[in-house]
Design a protein around this ligand. Sequence first.
Ligand code: SAM
Length: 216
Amino acid sequence: MATIKEHCCGADLFFNKKTAVKEYKTFLKKGPLKATAKIIEQLEEEDVEGKSLIDVGGGIGALQWWFLKKGGKQTTDIDASSGYLKQAEDHAAKNGWQNQTQFLMGDCTDVYDQIEAVDFITLDKVVCCYPNYKEILNASCDKSLGYVSLSYPMDGVIAQGIKRLGDLFFFLKGNAYRPYVHPVKDIRALFSNNGYERISHNLVFPWHVETYQRVA
Ligand SMILES: C[S@@+](CC[C@H](N)C(=O)[O-])C[C@H]1O[C@@H](n2cnc3c(N)ncnc32)[C@H](O)[C@@H]1O
């Protein structure tokens, strides 16, 4: 298995500026992708006025723009992809959000140490990019004062088969990045063990989209 550093370098190569520009254009035309839109829907009822958000692996930043437009005070985008970060930073500048946004490159489990706890954390299609889901989710539960929302793939035999095809694709490309399918039951138990209660769940095939609230 690749080291986390190799893995993040692989993510940087795969989620490159070209991909970011393409996704950004789609976002401008059609709005957020389905799983992202579902996270927004789950958080729509929550009070984000004056609150802070960390969007881990924020991509082109759709969740961050929604948060700021709804009255959020501050967003932090932590991403292993320099192409996505640059695209998101350009969009923030275009909208005059420079003072309310920050963009940090790296593995969130390293970068969390550099920033304060926040009210909301989102991990939209990120856990499936990370070999050690326990590390990334335990760290996220620690860093959030209120809510953690995430989308992650369904598990099972078919999902494992698709993961293997993904492994082959990245192997043939010579990229250390790999997709991961983690056990759904264990992800849910992890939140419970960290003092979180699930307040929303939807299935947006093939993604589970869930929001957890800190209760302890
Ligand atoms: C599939 S993309 C999802 C982007 C966006 N959230 C969306 O749903 O459109 C996964 C993102 O997670 C980032 N990523 C993967 N592992 C990461 C880590 N450990 N720390 C920070 N970002 C990470 C990748 O660089 C990439 O931008």
